[in-house]
Design a protein around this ligand. Structure first.
Ligand SMILES: Nc1ncnc2c1ncn2[C@@H]1O[C@H](COP(=O)(O)OP(=O)(O)OP(=O)(O)O)[C@@H](O)[C@H]1O
Ligand SMILES: [Mg+2]
Length: 240
């Protein structure tokens, strides 16, 4: 297998008759760091949701590890190693932190000591989460909930971790911590794909970047090259 781990070709997503994604193509390699940026309503979340299978693709093709997953159920994609931490975090608010983590691993058939060990391995990176295992998820602070959502994503043992707006509502210190974690994950072999409003931050982290505009890829390339492209800010990121 020499191609990209995740390959999206000519993806289309519509809500009713209104198109939100119009032919997006992107690649994610093993251990890659990829950023998707663009103004509000550009189609970033819709693209991620279609990749995860939560929103159906109206057209195009999504391949994971060489297999066509375009019509696969979200749970199957998760089991393959493709995990999404959604916008708004998608936690089970009335369940405890621990129960949310267990839900992350539900498809892995881990029990007893194996499950405890995995929980240990994942929460090692999130001391704030570990201290609150019996607290209800919806009583955690925004930053803690974001950490928990990412921790739950890691409980799926992903090869590709896709995170929609990781920095939303977080203090600068927490944002830095989260991006340090993403860099570490990538160094350990997990590809990380982020949708991010803080373009400078995203481009510093990423190897490859895609700028979406009106549901299409307006610019794509090496993150370092894109960050030097004046069109990025002047044309595609201008305040709306
Ligand atoms: N469930 C939905 N029903 C109808 N229209 C939707 C739905 N979800 C998204 N849209 C529309 O699709 C377009 C793309 O939305 P999307 O959430 O993908 O953008 P985004 O790039 O993630 O924006 P943001 O930066 O604000 O999160 C927008 O015009 C939005 O109004
Ligand atoms: Mg969004």
């Amino acid at each position: 297998m020499t191609g990209p781990l995740l390959s999206v070709r000519d993806l289309e997503v519509s809500y009713g008759t209104i198109p939100a994604v119009r032919g997006v193509s992107l690649d994610v390699g093993a251990a890659d760091r990829v950023a998707i940026v663009g103004r509000n309503g550009a189609g970033k979340t819709s693209t991620l949701r279609a990749i995860a299978g939560i929103t159906p693709a109206k057209g195009g093709r999504i391949e994971y590890d060489g297999v066509d997953i375009t019509r696969q159920a979200p749970g199957k994609r998760l089991a393959r190693g493709l995990a999404l931490v959604p916008e708004g975090r998608g936690l089970f608010g009335q369940l405890t932190v621990e129960e949310n983590l267990v839900m992350g691993a539900y498809h892995r058939d881990l029990r007893g000591p194996a499950l405890a060990e995995e929980m240990e391995r994942v929460t090692e990176r999130f001391p704030r989460v570990r201290e609150r295992m019996s607290q209800l998820a919806n009583s955690m602070s925004g930053g803690e909930q974001q950490m928990l959502a990412i921790a739950r994503g890691l409980m799926t043992a992903p090869s590709v971790l896709v995170v929609d707006e990781p920095s939303l509502g977080l203090s600068p210190v927490l944002v830095d911590e989260i991006y340090e974690l993403f860099a570490a994950l990538s160094a350990e072999g997990t590809a990380v794909v982020v949708v991010e409003q803080y373009v400078a931050l995203a481009l510093r982290f990423a190897r490859h970047a895609y700028v979406l505009d009106k549901g299409a890829v307006a610019l794509a390339g090496d993150a370092s090259e894109l960050s030097a492209n004046p069109d990025l800010v002047d044309v595609y990121m201008a305040a709306v």
